[in-house]
Design a protein around this ligand. Structure first.
Ligand code: PLP
Length: 347
């Protein structure tokens, strides 16, 4: 088995594997409805919202598009700070959705400050909490607050794809109206599900559009434990099983993830590698490649030891490499990975 050190998909949680080995359920039966409702209730607790969480069959990008298209109408002005590949994607989705999207550009690795987003005249702000492409974490509560002081009626949408179950998240407490995530990152499940969390405020202001993406139709079905279309019910079962295990000990889980990622940085910096992000997300450790060392060589050195890593994206392609212990790794396995990383760097 490979050591999956990529920032998604990640090494699966044993509870996910166990859930996936159960017999197939039909999605319009009582046992499936029970699983679906349980997963929704647990996700609501994980996102920390009094609103609703919708489970969509598709990847995180589908959830990004669903959030943008159901929260904003064409022509509305939204602010989109771009500081990595996924915030760039948010901007592209906003444009495609017909919004008047204004981008604020940052060198990849840096993050916006509250003063940067305190600009009037916007209906919304779109932010990526943990920018997986650079390893940067933004101060979501401070940014939402500064933006809403300037735009009290506006809505804040956040991508929590690699912060859910990896770092503290919350909707209402953070001033976030809607958020999204996916199954294959901090939830330690296979890829295939996207989640959209809607605060009570966002629920009142939904502007549904699309067909598969129409969240009002999903809301009606999912309140009854069903979904409008055939859901990946096996994955929903895996998500419920993992959340049931992790949520009661969330604090310990988050500190483990922070410690593990810190360990990767400690090793890299110990060998003189330069970290990419200005502010570090615990989801991934990103380093610039040393002068004269190609990404392919680093990737191969890990591969020879049975480990899979990730490279750079967008402007960082060929310039950085990324390692993640967001998956189901315990303290001792993380120490093993750190030793493996040391071995690669000593080569
Ligand atoms: N947003 C962030 C922060 C991500 O890390 C990813 C995937 O890596 C996505 C969105 C897109 O998710 P998906 O690849 O599941 O469509």
């Amino acid at each position: 088995m490979d050591w999956l050190l990529t920032p998604g998909p990640v090494r699966l949680h044993p509870k996910a594997l166990e859930a996936l080995s159960r017999p197939q359920l039909h999605h319009r039966t009582a046992p499936a409805r029970e699983v679906f409702l349980k997963a929704r209730a647990l996700l609501k607790a994980a996102f920390r919202t009094e609103g609703e969480v919708l489970i969509l069959t598709g990847s995180g990008t589908l959830a990004m598009e669903a959030l943008v298209k159901n929260l904003f109408a064409p022509g509305e002005r939204v602010l989109v700070p771009v500081y990595g590949k996924f915030s760039e994607r948010f901007y592209e989705i906003a444009l495609e959705a017909g919004l008047e999207a204004h981008r604020l550009d940052y060198p990849y690795g840096q993050v916006p400050s509250p003063a940067d987003v305190a600009r009037e005249g916007y209906a919304g702000l779109l932010l990526v909490h943990s920018e997986t492409s650079t390893g940067a974490l933004v101060d979501l509560p401070a940014l939402s607050r500064a933006f809403k002081e300037a735009n009290p009626d506006a809505l804040v949408g956040a991508d929590m794809v690699t912060s859910l179950l990896v770092w503290e998240v919350a909707l209402e407490a953070y001033g976030v109206d809607a958020a999204l995530s996916g199954s294959q990152k901090g939830l330690m499940c296979p890829p295939g599900l996207g989640f959209v969390a809607l605060s009570p405020r966002a629920l009142e202001r939904l502007k549904p559009r699309g067909y598969y993406l129409d969240l009002s139709r999903e809301l009606r079905a999912q309140r009854e434990g069903e979904s409008a279309w055939t859901p990946a019910i096996n994955l929903v079962g895996a998500v419920a099983a993992v959340l049931e295990e992790v949520l009661p000990r969330l604090e310990a889980h988050l500190s483990l993830k922070a410690w593990q990622n810190g360990l990767l940085y400690e090793v890299g910096e110990g060998f003189g590698l330069r970290p990419v992000p200005e502010v570090r997300s615990p989801a991934v450790a990103a380093f610039y490649l040393p002068e004269g060392i190609a990404y392919a060589r680093v990737k191969e050195a890990f591969a020879q030891r049975g480990a899979v890593i990730a490279g750079g994206q967008g402007p960082l392609k060929g310039k950085i490499f990324r390692l993640s212990l967001m998956g189901a790794y315990d303290r001792y396995e993380a120490l093993g990975v750190a030793a493996l990383f040391r071995e690669v760097l000593s080569e």
